[in-house]
Design a protein around this ligand. Structure first.
Ligand SMILES: NC(=O)c1ccc[n+]([C@@H]2O[C@H](COP(=O)([O-])OP(=O)(O)OC[C@H]3O[C@@H](n4cnc5c(N)ncnc54)[C@H](O)[C@@H]3O)[C@@H](O)[C@H]2O)c1
Length: 262
């Protein structure tokens, strides 16, 4: 098997579980040393142990990606161990399920801080590292969502924060093009993770349905009639993070089992 990230250093946020973990595993299977950033020491270290078994170097870091102070300290640690950074995968995210008429300012801010501000802070810090070290074909890939492209009932803060990720992706792609750094976003549909199960619980309540009934309804709207597996999103993240995708930048591509959102 061709190893697409041999010897590269890749940072993955939200790496302790779900899509972020699948991305970190995929990168490690392709020979990358991976830096895992997440909130909880136990879970991020448990994930690191699993990935180390693949024979790569893994650095687990407890980082709240909404804090510039914590990010700066973490990036210093990464630089002292690996010097240069080749790939940043922004996977950390949170969902909320509240009507605009009901959502409080603190919750709105929390969603924007995790889903959008973190992408700004990390992309800025990592791009500076790439430029300083003259990294060839650096990559920044962020997980957005299909919700960035359509309004969803009771999902206003999430939809708009993810639309912000797509816009930030376009701006970063323009500003970093001269350094050969490619910046893209991936917009998944429904991916079978703990976050999605929590969303089914909360959104079914808003719509007055049982969670299973709500899941069936949403799945019936997917042309392929199933949820995505985290690994299927990780496969595309790998492609966008590899040398195969050097000329792809500024895109926000939907991966949603046949839903065609622009
Ligand atoms: N699951 C889906 O259906 C789906 C669909 C589209 C997009 N997404 C997006 O994919 C990404 C991953 O989602 P998931 O389903 O794997 O979710 P998840 O809840 O299973 O995993 C998210 C991870 O991010 C971490 N995290 C949250 N806030 C953080 C913070 N402040 N600092 C550091 N880490 C933090 C969590 O601890 C967790 O490990 C998110 O950005 C989400 O919005 C998910």
């Amino acid at each position: 098997m061709e190893r697409k990230l041999e010897g590269k250093t890749c940072i993955v946020t939200g790496a302790a579980r779900g899509i972020g973990k699948a991305v970190a595993v995929k990168y490690a299977e392709h020979g990358a040393n991976v830096v895992l950033m997440d909130l909880n020491k136990e879970t991020v270290e448990a994930t690191a142990k699993e990935i180390e078994a693949l024979g790569v170097t893994v650095l687990p870091l407890v980082v709240n990606v909404t804090s510039s102070k914590e990010i700066d300290a973490a990036l210093q640690e990464v630089e002292s161990q690996f010097t240069k950074i080749d790939v940043l995968a922004n996977c950390a995210g949170i969902s909320t399920s509240r009507l605009i008429l009901d959502i409080e300012e603190e919750e709105w801010d929390r969603v924007f801080n995790v889903n959008l501000k973190s992408v700004y802070l990390l992309s800025k810090g990592v791009a500076k590292n790439m430029i300083k070290n003259e990294v060839k074909n650096g990559k920044i890939v962020s997980i957005s969502s299909q919700a960035s492209k359509i309004g969803e009932l009771g999902n206003g803060a999430y939809c708009t924060s993810k639309a912000g990720v797509n816009s930030l992706t376009q701006v970063l792609a323009l500003e970093l093009a001269e350094y050969g750094i490619a910046v893209n976003a991936v917009c998944p549909g429904f991916v079978d993770t703990e976050m999605l199960r929590e969303v089914f619980q909360k959104r079914s309540a808003i719509e007055g349905k049982a969670p299973e009934e709500y899941e069936e309804l949403l799945t019936s709207q997917v042309p392929m009639r199933r949820l995505a597996k985290p690994k299927e999103i990780a496969d595309f993240m790998l492609f966008l993070s590899s040398e195969n995708a050097n000329y792809i930048t500024g895109t926000s591509m939907t991966i949603a089992g046949g839903k065609t959102l622009i």
